[in-house]
Design a protein around this ligand. Structure first.
Ligand code: KIV
Ligand code: ZN
Length: 390
């Protein structure tokens, strides 16, 4: 394994602005991209894939500007396996203090048919393009797209070629979200064990979420020896999306006991960037999304609310403030119990005796049966009715 980073450190490579933006309809404006890049840089992401410079003039301008402005992160631009793409990527990222070129080609049997290359021709193309990128930039990442459906012997062969040609990061994409955790770990483990030169470079994992396994597969890859996770804010990305940054970062933090690897991400900045990405991409976050969903720290049922009021660790494994959320919420609904209603009333300035609470609770349940959520104004109205009736 590489000695370039401590063994217990995992690099976070954010591709919200590249793979995330490839979600149909998620296009962001130039200024929005600069704003998100600044937030990523501030929160301690190690590498920002800022775009695909050959894709459009707009992408080129955005990557160039992000490269000029970013303070800490490595700035990376994507390129297909041809010299023109690689030159364009370099022209954009070269303004960064820490530039990286990321070049890729589809290596699985299906993907090899697209450029219609034989295995040998593709191997030669990989050698030539990685060599070209390395002559421009001393930080080159190479990806065999659809690696998880590539024949093992061929994958080994092309990874070795890319390392010999100068790639310092080899990314293993699960392009169609096809792998499963054990396989994901094994693949990285075997590559590190069997490819000559693998111990001098960093292996990355890049998972898509077609089967809902992206986070599990990424963490398994780290257990297998990967030291860079590629991910996006809110899991934005093609089809069912990419690995969600907030999920892997919080999983590593929360279960450090069994996954002893750390990131440099300031987790208290997660909520702010999640909301901003949702707004600028036009992709709202589902209510029950892990970590950043509206309900991720909300508790409605009576038993849970009572448990939360006694000790929040009863029903929370993370603290809301650790992701930059002010507090958990106990929304009132038909499943809520007396303890939560009493707590709410107290917060609204009503300190009731037990017999008064009993009466309000009956009215509250009648209302909750008709409404999905009972808001503060509803409670105040209920109190007025109770006071008038008294
Ligand atoms: O999913 C994928 O294979 C990619 C590559 C371009 C790395 O996004
Ligand atoms: Zn991808």
């Amino acid at each position: 394994m590489t000695d370039m980073i401590p063994q217990d450190r995992v690099l976070i490579f954010d591709t919200t602005l590249r793979d995330g933006e490839q979600s149909p309809g998620a296009t962001m404006t130039h200024d929005e991209k600069l704003e998100i890049a600044e937030m990523l840089d501030d929160m301690g992401v190690d590498i920002i894939e800022a775009g695909f410079p050959i894709a459009s003039e707009g992408d080129f301008r955005a990557v160039s500007e992000i490269a000029k402005r970013s303070k800490n992160a490595v700035i990376c631009g994507l390129a297909r396996a041809n010299l023109k793409d690689i030159d364009r990527s370099w022209e954009a990222v070269k303004h960064s203090k820490r530039p990286r070129i990321h070049t890729f080609i589809g290596t699985s049997p299906l993907h090899r048919q697209i450029p219609n290359l034989t295995m040998d021709e593709m191997a030669e193309r990989i050698h030539d393009t990685v060599t070209h990128a390395r002559n421009l930039c001393d930080n080159v990442q190479w990806s065999p797209m659809d690696a998880t459906r590539t024949e093992w012997d061929y994958l080994k062969r092309v990874v070795e070629i890319a390392i010999k040609a100068g790639a310092s990061t080899i990314n293993i994409p699960d392009t169609v979200g096809y792998t499963a955790p054990e396989e994901s770990a094994d693949l990285i483990r075997r590559l590190i064990a069997e490819v000559p030169g693998a111990d001098a470079i960093i292996f990355a994992t890049h998972c898509h979420n077609d089967l809902g396994l992206a986070t599990a597969n990424s963490l398994a890859a780290v257990a297998g020896g990967a030291r860079q996770i590629e991910c996006t804010i809110n899991g934005l990305g093609e089809r069912a999306g990419n690995t969600a940054l907030e999920e892997v970062v919080m999983a590593l933090r929360t279960r450090h006991d069994i996954m002893p690897w750390s990131t440099e991400v300031d987790t208290t900045k997660i909520m702010a960037i999640s909301r901003r990405v949702a707004t600028v991409s036009g992709f709202p976050v589902q209510f029950n999304k892990a970590i950043v969903g509206k309900n991720a720290f909300a508790h409605e049922s009576g038993i849970h609310q009572d448990g939360m009021l006694k000790n929040r660790e009863n029903f929370e494994i993370m603290r809301p403030e650790d992701i930059g959320l002010a507090e958990s919420s106990l929304p009132l609904g038909k499943h809520s119990g007396r303890a939560a209603l009493r707590d709410k009333l107290k917060n609204l300035g009503f300190d009731l005796a037990d017999n008064q609470l009993k009466d309000v609770f009956v009215r509250f349940k009648e209302l909750a049966d008709r409404k999905k959520e009972v808001f503060d104004d509803d409670i105040i109205a209920l109190m007025r009715i109770s006071e008038d009736a008294a």
